[in-house]
Design a protein around this ligand. Sequence first.
Ligand code: AMP
Ligand code: ZN
Length: 459
Amino acid sequence: MTLKLYDTYARETREFVPIKAGEAGLYCCGPTVYNYAHIGNLRTYIFEDVLRRVLELNQYKVHHVVNITDVGHLVSDADDGEDKMAAGAARMGKTAWEIAEIYTEAFMEDLQLLNIKTPTTLCKATDHIAEQIEAIKQIDAKGMCYTTSDGIYFDTSQDPDYGYLARLDIEGLQQGARVDKGEKRNVTDFALWKFSPADEQRQMEWESPWGKGFPGWHIECSAMAAKYLGPLFDIHCGGKDHIPIHHSNEIAQARACYGTNLSNYWMHGYFLQTDKNKMSKSSGEFLRTATLIEKGHDPIAYRFLCLLAHYRSDIAFSWEGLESANTALTRMRDSYYAWPDGGNIAVQYEDKFRQYINDDLNTSRVIALIWELIKDNDVPDADKKATVNLFDEVLGLELSAWAPAVAAEIPEEIMTMAKARQEARAAKDWAAADAARDGLAAQGYEVVDTADGFDVKKI
Ligand code: AMP
Ligand code: ZN
């Protein structure tokens, strides 16, 4: 069965044909590590994880490269404003290097919590300054960049196809350019290298043929992608916000350096929309995986919520939506848990599954197919389990790892102590209630008050 993927560059769904038989090179733009990832960012990584799993389902060996942007990303994607890393470091009272480490670690934890497979290569921009300088040298050798007082800029007017990915109306942009171009020749020109200010020592700066400074944000991705996957590879991904600037610029750089469009397929995940402030990493207040956990939600319910929509449609986030995703996931887990092992995959369901998932990753149809299978009395339960196990290789819900919280696992005497605490509280005998709670804690248990009584949990 052929795999079809929507390619933003062609604006159509195309059959996936790899460059090298049996292999797939996949580059995904990674986090700028000046703060935690918000759940919107994580939706994009969930989409990319599903894509990787679908490629694996189709027997491709996937080279999955994700970059860590730890330098060069300015507050405005158009190369103005403060450096995101420097601003994050100042906010935290730490160095840019320290915060890069803290937030990279936090990002890796988020991936674990959401069952996102670890990339096969994780590469930091600051570890690849030489490769970026080399790429800029090649652009320079072709005369496709120029120097201003603050850096080296790519001259987009020299690429006749510049902005094709986004179908940018270059003429319109130029004419409507009331925005201050500064010393830039064209509104769409972008920085390849930024000079360190003469009177200031930056935390992150390097020597280069053009003077001390740091690389622009776009060059890191095309240089590292080419290093790890070659100058033309299979699939390049990111969120849809990257279409008009970041990915348009990566393509322009690759055309100048290697004479390629860098990637054969360009795929973009749509947004998780919420209250604006809650989804802006620079605002400081936003929703993270940790926020979901603090509010008592299972991060996998968030993954499930994302899979209920097609990756090419926006999701309006709400707590009610997450609750109902959680309810559905619990129902699915309960059904699955009750099924015995040892069955065979139900072929008619496998066919439909492959058809849906290979049709540009239609996860919501696969989930609907699971509900259909659950209700199907003609399929033995053991076969249902074997079939859903196959689906879950792509969905990544890890149904097989889940088990219901079993009250019976709590020993009798612990339940007696918890009841005693409840009675002491009812009698307002706080000293006895506290003593019971301490006694439970000493034995490794915790009592949580609920609407209809209490729950006992292992600490
Ligand atoms: P950043 O760390 O800001 O560079 O973004 C990391 C990834 O998240 C990029 O691929 C962005 O396109 C993507 N992204 C940013 N905001 C959202 C959002 N609200 N929903 C989905 N993806 C997003
Ligand atoms: Zn990128």
